[in-house]
Design a protein around this ligand. Structure first.
Ligand SMILES: [Zn+2]
Length: 317
């Protein structure tokens, strides 16, 4: 029986089993990379929605190896230097703040803020090298290790688009909170399962070995409850310009599937789905080019949650 990595719950609201062989084939077809070694002997992975905290988690929690991320880093689009959440989060950093960023990449966020001090934690050696070139201080250390000697050190601990890759969520969050001073802010940003991305079938970059969890507004609220944090803000980015066609294609396909009484699922490579998806391609292009953004601006993929630590009450339930 799988256990929810956030709340330890064992009941699921929904479960879908996905063939590992099909995921491997899709990676090969779309990105030209071989991820077979990441799954070992596994034949299926399950996508579960926790009944207690609403977190969507894959089990077993297959997280990508260093080799897997090296393959992804060869694509220019993988590390975006600008993120909407950076612009949002920088408003919460004061000039007197000591800032820690977990998974800092090449230090793009450090360049945007005006805090008293900044330290990034990053495993990628290439990212560390680029950060050093930019004059950004980065350590090759896990947050679990860093918190041992840096308790109550930072005013802000932030992590952008990292949590969804992490297998051991509870020690990751707990260690981040340990590093915070009293009333310090924890800033977490992930793709949101309350955005259109949750309706994308066969979204290989939003499942193992890349992402292990999917976060909704409800799961963020439950995170605050589990760790006795105050949820200060929950912000959704507006749809990014580069995602307009992706959004239109997803929503149009979903609408036609519903019209034809077909079920939308995490994985669907049926002929019906493929034909509908293909038929929606041109109308999606037109829709995104001429209407989207003029008529309304949908929610984008990423969400950012700001939590405040209250030392007197914090602790894991
Ligand atoms: Zn849960």
């Amino acid at each position: 029986m799988p256990t929810c990595p956030l709340c330890n719950g064992v009941t699921v609201a929904s479960r879908e089993s996905i063939s590992v062989e099909r995921v491997i084939k899709m990676y090969k077809k779309l990105l030209g990379i071989d991820v077979a070694g990441e799954f070992g002997e596994l034949s299926f992975i399950d996508c579960n929605r926790c009944n207690d905290c609403d977190l969507i988690y894959f089990s077993p929690a297959v997280s990508g190896s260093e080799h897997f991320y090296e393959m992804l880093q060869t694509f220019n689009w993988y590390y975006m230097a600008e993120k909407n959440e950076y612009e949002f989060a920088r408003n919460f950093v004061k000039p007197t703040d000591d800032v820690l960023e977990i998974g800092s990449g090449k230090g793009a966020f450090a360049k945007l803020i005006n805090g008293r001090s900044y330290l990034g934690l990053e495993f990628s050696q290439e990212a560390q090298r680029l950060a050093a070139e930019n004059g950004v201080k980065v350590f090759n250390e896990s947050i679990q290790h860093h918190c041992i000697t840096n308790a109550q050190t930072y005013d802000v601990v932030c992590s952008f688009q990292v949590l969804e890759h992490v297998a051991d969520i509870r020690t990751f969050i707990k260690s981040a909170i340990v590093c915070l001073k009293d009333s310090g802010l924890l800033i977490l940003s992930t793709p949101s399962s309350d955005s259109f991305s949750a309706s994308v079938s066969n979204f290989i970059l939003d499942m193992p070995p890349h992402h292990i969890t999917r976060w909704s507004d409800a799961s963020y609220k439950n995170l605050a409850n589990i760790f006795n944090l105050e949820l200060v803000e929950l912000w959704h980015e507006p749809l990014q310009h580069i995602h307009r066609e992706f959004y239109a294609q997803t929503m149009l396909t979903k609408w036609v599937m519903k019209l034809l009484r077909q079920k939308t699922s995490v994985w669907n490579d049926s002929i019906t789905y493929r034909l509908i998806s293909l038929a929606c391609r041109l109308p999606s292009k037109l829709l995104s080019k001429f209407f989207l953004g003029c008529l309304f601006m949908p929610r984008g993929i990423s969400a950012t949650a700001i939590f405040r630590k209250n030392t007197e009450v914090w602790g894991i339930k």
